[in-house]
Design a protein around this ligand. Sequence first.
Ligand code: PEP
Ligand code: MN
Length: 345
Amino acid sequence: MTDQDLLLVFDDTVTRADVDGWLRHLRAAGTPARVYRLGGSHVLPVSGVDSAELLAAVPSLPPPTRRVPRGGAAWLACRQLRPGGTEVTLGPATIGDGSVAVIAGPCAVETPEQMTATAALVAEHGAVALRGGVFKPRTSPHSFQGLGFGGLDLLVEARKRTGLPFVTEVVDVEHVKRLADVVDGFQIGARNMQNFALLSAVGQTGLPVVLKRGFGCTVEETLAAGEYLLFEGNDQVVLCERGIRTFEPSARFTLDLTAVALWKQRTHLPVIVDPSHSGGRPELVEPLSLAAIAAGADALLIDVHVQPEQALCDADQALRPDQFAGLMTRLAGAAAGLGRSLQTL
Ligand code: PEP
Ligand code: MN
């Protein structure tokens, strides 16, 4: 990176009209430029500009609030743009405010009884949001594929009863608009992390997104996938570490806590860890959860089922009610030891 590659950051005290003034000023000097929105701020990348004069304050315009070096494929996600970090607002819950937020629920929405009972249970023990898939990307076409749009009503009902917001996975661009009318947040699954059309469509909704790392994708590729959402002006993005495929067969995937630490250093986006899909076994969920919050994770995404042995999807990894209750108690203690607290609504 040279000092010619810069991001001009205009905070929310600078109007869009004035930012556009800077855009015209740079374009008039032959610098191709475009304005990006990051929450209430605007970002104007400039490259190849070596004239201090060009970047000096224009008398009629407020100066950029900050200048940040630009580098890499995911510069909208870079930590320096927002050193204090991004808070993602999921209904009444917040991810990235320093507390530990727990999102929990079944892997798949199955029946009214299952969803109602599981939602009540996770709410009782302190989850701040629900999870539950209605479109399931399954390895085999013979496996349960989810209830589809019909299952959404069960999530809506669970939200009504518990007051908890929910996230659910979107697998198809064609579904985005219809889901956006109902969901509090989207989940983009590991298998779709680099489905760029889906990322763009979901980004355009402006709704919160839990973006799961592809299990064969690097830390940087995940950041670049998040960048597709930021590119659309949506900064409500949570990066999810859910385990990667390695040579190690003793767990379903290998939880990569290095990714958590690196993302916390490199990006302003909050990070969630899914110990259920990574470990693939209930007895791994607690140790991986504790390690995740120690590594700096802002949130946890946990599979819980009132009767795991009957689950239609990922039955081997869901926590039973008593296991979830115990986990939440011990998480609260661990969070306190880290100078943090479990988020409550
Ligand atoms: C899920 O969370 O239900 C899921 C399918 O996870 P992943 O995309 O991480 O495999
Ligand atoms: Mn699953």
